[in-house]
Write a protein that binds this ligand. Structure first.
Ligand SMILES: [Zn+2]
Length: 161
């Protein structure tokens, strides 16, 4: 827990590592709850004077491929710019003012939960329907038999008839 506004005002920086097994919503999405993510949080102020956090998250998570139903490792490498608002109303106001897709406006607090922020960030970064780019070949024994060619000798035999 940090005081998000003080963290930005003092331009503090913090980093850490969290096991995927300790992030329940993320663990649910993962194939085996293995691995961890490392994060870095930098506080600051944007050019309009809003408190701003820059969050970078790196790591890997094993996701289940929705096409072939085998797990694969998905690389996480995200960097987000988060502007802090004091409440929901001013969050909407700042969001309209910034009109920047790359910046997210969130409600900051004096007991701000970094773990939850990291988890939210990773949940947004992973695909909703994860798939291998190219699924590994799983040649089924039955499928192999089906494509087996007739031997050239058998073909010759048939020709002689
Ligand atoms: Zn696959």
């Amino acid at each position: 827990m940090i005081d998000a506004f003080e963290f930005c005002r003092l331009k503090e920086r913090r980093e850490g590592e969290i096991a995927i097994a300790d992030l329940p919503r993320l663990a649910d999405e993962s194939a085996d709850r293995a691995g961890s993510v490392s994060w870095e949080l930098q506080g600051g102020v944007d050019e309009r004077g809003h408190a701003q956090l820059i969050l970078s998250v790196k790591g890997a998570i094993n996701l289940m491929c929705q096409r072939c139903l085998t797990p694969f490792s998905f690389e996480i490498a995200s960097e987000s710019i988060l502007v802090l608002a004091s409440d929901e109303a001013s969050a909407d106001e700042i969001d309209a003012q910034l009109a920047d897709e790359a910046v997210e406006v969130i409600v900051g607090s004096r007991n701000f939960n970094i773990t939850q922020l990291v988890e939210d960030d990773v949940l947004l970064a992973i695909p909703s329907s994860p798939k291998h780019e190219v699924c590994p070949d799983h040649v089924m024994p039955t499928a192999e038999k089906a494509v087996e060619k007739e031997s050239p000798f058998a073909v010759l035999k048939n020709l002689k008839k």
